[in-house]
Design a protein around this ligand. Structure first.
Ligand SMILES: NC(=O)C1=CN([C@@H]2O[C@H](COP(=O)(O)OP(=O)(O)OC[C@H]3O[C@@H](n4cnc5c(N)ncnc54)[C@H](O)[C@@H]3O)[C@@H](O)[C@H]2O)C=CC1
Ligand SMILES: C[C@H](O)[C@@H]1OC(=O)[C@H](O)[C@@H]1O
Length: 254
């Protein structure tokens, strides 16, 4: 069953990792896709090519989500290409691991600006367009298990993910009257570029794996079903929800 037939899906940070898997997964479900990306033209071009090979349309728009003007520009380009938007997957994020006591101010500022402010601007720009269209829509924000638990080297990061989770709850209330649903996914540990260096530490990787009842860390593809589900009409009565996608890591205290 194709759950996003004829829909236009926007994905931020869509050229790699979870965003890329979500973009291609949405296309497999019948969507045309616009991705925002930060830097690598090659990866964005190859994502577009993969989507086109599936018989769907795709565009890639470069832009820093921390810049408030990027969101409006992204939505404008998508509407110019596809005529409308139906789903925004707010995914772009960074996690530069660093100790707390000597955390540079610039690292804190940048992490907040990309992860939280960027999500805010993107969700706002997308939903302004959805309200104008008058036919509802869906937002899926990529928060994290880190919205619920801390990390010694993530003191600047975990508050942004709690913020994204909270943003979806408030936006769900603000936008329910427009039939715009706002939900978040909370990935556990998914093997991507964001944690490649951190998980190169064998001991850390093994400890994360052993905390996961399903016995393995996640792959970007593990996020596709939950994101597509929340974006689709299958979740027509789901809003303000947060879906843990973590192989059971969160509930495993002992
Ligand atoms: N990999 C994991 O274990 C988990 C990841 N997440 C979240 O998933 C999201 C995606 O990350 P991953 O796919 O894991 O890593 P990734 O590094 O492959 O993807 C992050 C994407 O965001 C883009 N990006 C970064 N800064 C940007 C900016 N200023 N403007 C536009 N794009 C920007 C990057 O270029 C990249 O494509 C992030 O929000 C991350 O916090 C959440 C929980 C766990
Ligand atoms: C980057 C981390 O490895 C990853 O991101 C998160 O949000 C979780 O803390 C994961 O472990």
């Amino acid at each position: 069953m194709r759950l996003l037939e004829g829909k236009t899906v926007l994905v931020t940070g869509g050229s790699t990792g979870i965003g890329r898997a979500a973009a291609i997964g949405a296309a497999r479900h019948g969507a045309n896709v616009a991705i925002n990306y930060a830097s690598s033209d090659d990866k964005a071009t190859s994502c577009v090519a993969e989507i086109e090979a599936l018989g769907q349309k795709a565009i890639a728009i470069k832009g820093d989500v921390a810049d408030p003007t990027t969101a409006g520009d992204f939505v404008k380009h998508a509407v110019a290409e596809f005529g409308r938007i139906d789903v925004m997957v707010s995914n772009a994020g960074i996690c530069p691991f660093h100790a707390f006591l000597d955390m540079p101010v610039e690292t804190v500022d940048r992490t907040f600006k990309v992860n939280l402010h960027g999500a805010y601007y993107m969700v706002q720009a997308a939903t302004r367009q959805m309200v104008e269209q008058g036919e509802g829509g869906a937002i899926v924000a990529v928060s994290s298990i880190s919205a619920l638990v801390g990390g010694e080297f993530q003191t600047h990061y975990t508050p942004t993910k709690a913020g994204v989770h909270s943003l979806m709850q408030s936006a769900a209330i603000a936008l329910g009257k427009h039939n715009i649903r706002c939900n978040s996914v909370l990935p556990g540990t998914i093997l991507t570029e964001i944690n490649k260096a951190d998980l190169a530490n064998e001991e850390k990787r093994r400890s994360m794996e052993s905390r996961t009842p399903l016995g393995r860390l996640g792959e970007p593809e593990d996020m596709v079903g939950p994101i597509v589900f929340l974006a689709s009409e299958m979740a027509a009565y789901v809003t303000g929800a947060a879906l843990l996608v973590d192989g059971g890591m969160f509930v495993n205290l002992q």
